[in-house]
Design a protein around this ligand. Structure first.
Ligand SMILES: Nc1ncnc2c1ncn2[C@@H]1O[C@H](COP(=O)(O)OP(=O)(O)OP(=O)(O)O)[C@@H](O)[C@H]1O
Ligand SMILES: [Mg+2]
Length: 434
């Protein structure tokens, strides 16, 4: 209760009580002494001076105590602010950075003076993205809830790149200006780990494609080898004529070109520098089939597609990786369940804002007790060496973080050519443009 009363009130109240008692009793005492008028007058004046001195001293001490206390409280707050391990920044709508804490100075390498405005901070920390970040910050002053601003790459004073995840919330009105408080979480290590997982998942996809290429290469390599040996043999037997030579050379040339083309296709998959591009999902699918279709054909897995013809703007290579993960999971499930009729359905359509991709198989579905876990990293039901459990985790990361879409799964029962099948169905939605 006492805590809510302001020190100013306590001081004024104490002053009032003491003055009240003084005025009430001092005069009474003086008159009761029954001295003569002259003396009473002198005593009155002295009494006034005495009162002023006492109350001045009293005010001095009370105020000193109160001020010390508030200074201590302020120091405590300051200490807490500076001992927090999360970078914090207080900014007002004029773009002034009012305060930053120690850890922010330490991690970023910039001293407060170097970054006391949003202008300075964004230019130093965000480089070419400065304008965009500034614009984003400008939208935050009118929001009352906690806003999740997402991940930002920051360049420290020493030139190192670190990743911070920002949250902001309103800090009320300070000096008549709307103020926000931004807190950051240093997630550089997490990002690094994610990158490693991504690499791992890419390697797995690459392994699968290599395996398939080896398969595809067997035929043309054997053609080349047969043609070359044939020419040599017929030359030795003196039966080589122009026609045979030409035919053999054509066969060798065709095969060599085929080999070269598969290499080009393969290279196109793993270009590290991914760029946004306009593409049709049907083309993405055709591209995948060109490279791994053969492998699925051999295993008697049929793709049934119903893909509407429209363009989206996104990362094509990223979608390829997701498709490869999903197809390879269906393939594993077919083998595990020993499925006879192996179909993978791809249905793609668009509504006003997004592309909807549904991929389902006939492998019997995912047991209900694990279906909620399959997107977790390292969750696998496969034997060691066969699965690591990052396929779907990575697919979800790619779809949600990279491509700004969603992915979900359910088991589905459906009919196809008058037969009923059950299988897992993955639904992916992607914005038409990111
Ligand atoms: N189409 C499917 N049918 C049945 N089960 C599936 C299907 N897709 C995924 N699963 C289940 O989900 C689990 C997780 O899949 P995920 O792709 O993340 O890992 P994985 O395939 O086991 O290993 P990795 O992809 O790293 O080689 C699988 O182990 C499997 O049990
Ligand atoms: Mg997998």
């Amino acid at each position: 209760m006492m805590k809510n009363i302001s020190p100013a009130f306590i001081i004024a109240f104490t002053y009032f009580i003491i003055s009240f008692i003084w005025i009430l009793f001092s005069d009474k005492i003086l008159y009761n002494l029954s001295l003569d008028k002259e003396v009473i007058n002198t005593l009155q004046t002295l009494k006034g001076w005495f009162f002023i001195t006492i109350t001045s001293l009293l005010l001095y001490f009370l105020m000193k105590i109160a001020l010390n206390k508030s200074k201590k409280e302020k120091n405590d707050l300051e200490r807490i602010f500076n001992s927090l391990a999360t970078p914090i920044m207080i900014i007002n709508e004029d773009g002034e950075i009012l305060k930053i804490n120690k850890i922010l100075e330490e991690l970023s390498g910039y001293k407060y003076k170097e970054i006391n405005t949003i202008e300075k901070w964004t230019n130093l920390a965000y480089g070419e993205n400065a304008e965009e970040v500034k614009k984003n910050v400008d939208t935050l002053y009118d929001k009352q809830t906690i806003i999740d601003n997402g991940d930002y790459t920051i360049t420290t004073k020493s030139g190192k790149k670190i990743v911070w995840h920002f949250n902001t919330t309103s800090y009320g009105i300070k000096d008549g200006k709307k103020t926000i408080i931004a807190t950051a979480l240093d997630i550089t290590n997490i990002k690094e780990k994610e990158k490693m997982l991504m690499q791992q998942s890419k390697m797995a996809a690459m392994g699968e494609i290599l395996e398939n290429i080896a398969h595809q290469w067997r035929q043309p390599l054997s053609t080349i080898s047969t043609a070359a040996t044939g020419i040599k043999l017929q030359n030795e037997l003196d039966t080589l004529n122009d026609e045979i030579l030409n035919n053999s050379m054509d066969a060798i040339n065709n095969s060599a070109q085929y080999l070269s083309k598969t290499i080009d296709d393969f290279r196109g998959f793993f270009k590290p520098n991914q760029k946004k591009e306009y593409f049709k999902i049907n083309h993405t699918f055709e591209k995948i089939m060109m490279i791994i279709g053969n492998k699925y054909k051999i295993e008697n897995i049929h793709f049934i597609k119903d893909i509407e013809n429209f363009q989206i703007l996104n990362y094509n290579n990223a979608l390829i990786q997701v498709f490869l993960n999903l197809f390879s999971n269906s393939q594993d499930a077919f083998i595990e369940k020993n499925t006879k009729e192996k179909f993978i359905f791809i249905d793609v359509y668009n509504d006003e804002y997004s592309a909807v991709i549904q991929i389902k198989d006939t492998a019997g579905g995912i047991p209900n007790k694990i279906i909620n876990k399959i997107f977790e990293p390292y969750f696998t039901t496969k034997h060691e060496g066969k699965g690591t459990g990052i396929g779907l985790y990575m697919s979800e990361e790619i779809i949600t973080k990279h491509m700004k879409g969603t992915i979900s799964v359910e088991n589905k029962q459906f009919t196809f050519k008058n037969k009923t099948y059950t299988g897992a169905m993955f639904t992916i939605t992607l914005p038409l443009k990111v």
